[in-house]
Design a protein around this ligand. Structure first.
Ligand SMILES: [Zn+2]
Length: 219
């Protein structure tokens, strides 16, 4: 019976890799070579599970903009590799603008953080809020992104001394993560590092960050 159910589910909801179209997994192993990388310098290390290209890019766009919520599972699995490396126990997702969340049918970064927390046994806290409206950063240059996010967030104070790992889906110039680090720091949080699914090399000459080489994340 479980086999029949699985077969019926497959008929109704066929699982195919968004990268190569092969049946079986939503993001197959062949399409996601594990290439952990590092993001731009934001005051703490930025761990990225993959580069923002190929199947990972396709999956993130489908998850974020095309309503493919089912992709949260493979994306959270990717992110959880970074979280294990970082020894993350408390995840703090970056806040999404209310209108973007409405358009997407929910907060995609919060959903990603919760799915990752379920995998790793970490907890999720949501102290970060946008304190003013911000533009969608797509299409903005590095300086415009920095200005767009400048002092745009505020954070509730930390409930206890556990250090936080900031979660986002994609890092480009690091403007969002930098502002999240600043806001949490100002509210008294200790931020261990940031973890993202994918890092995109900015064509806008971002300054190179220090390369992450091991699990020692103490600052
Ligand atoms: Zn594939």
């Amino acid at each position: 019976m479980p086999g029949l159910l699985a077969a019926l589910t497959e008929l109704v909801l066929p699982r195919h890799c968004v990268g190569c179209g092969q049946g079986g997994a939503l993001l197959c192993g062949a399409c996601v070579p594990r290439r952990p990388t590092s993001g731009p310098h934001v005051g703490v290390p930025v761990l990225a599970a993959a580069s923002y290209d190929g199947a990972v890019r396709t999956a993130l766009i489908a998850y974020k903009e095309r309503g493919r919520r089912d992709l949260v599972r493979p994306l959270a699995e990717l992110l959880s590799h970074c979280l294990a490396t970082a020894g993350a126990q408390l995840l703090v997702p970056v806040p999404s603008a209310a209108d973007a969340s409405r358009r997407r049918g929910g907060d995609h970064v919060l959903r990603l953080a919760r799915a990752s927390a379920r995998r790793t046994g970490a907890r999720v806290a949501t102290p970060l809020r946008l304190s003013r409206s911000v533009q969608d950063s797509a299409g903005l240059g590095a300086l415009e992104r920095a200005a767009n996010l400048h002092r745009a967030m505020r954070a509730a104070p930390p409930p206890h001394a556990t250090s936080a790992v900031i979660i986002d889906d994609i890092v480009t110039t690091g403007a969002t993560l930098r502002e999240a680090v600043r806001a949490l720091d100002a509210a008294g949080w200790s931020v261990r590092c940031c973890a993202v699914v994918a890092a995109t090399p900015s064509p806008l000459a971002r300054p190179p960050g220090p390369v992450y080489r091991g699990p020692d994340l103490t600052e």
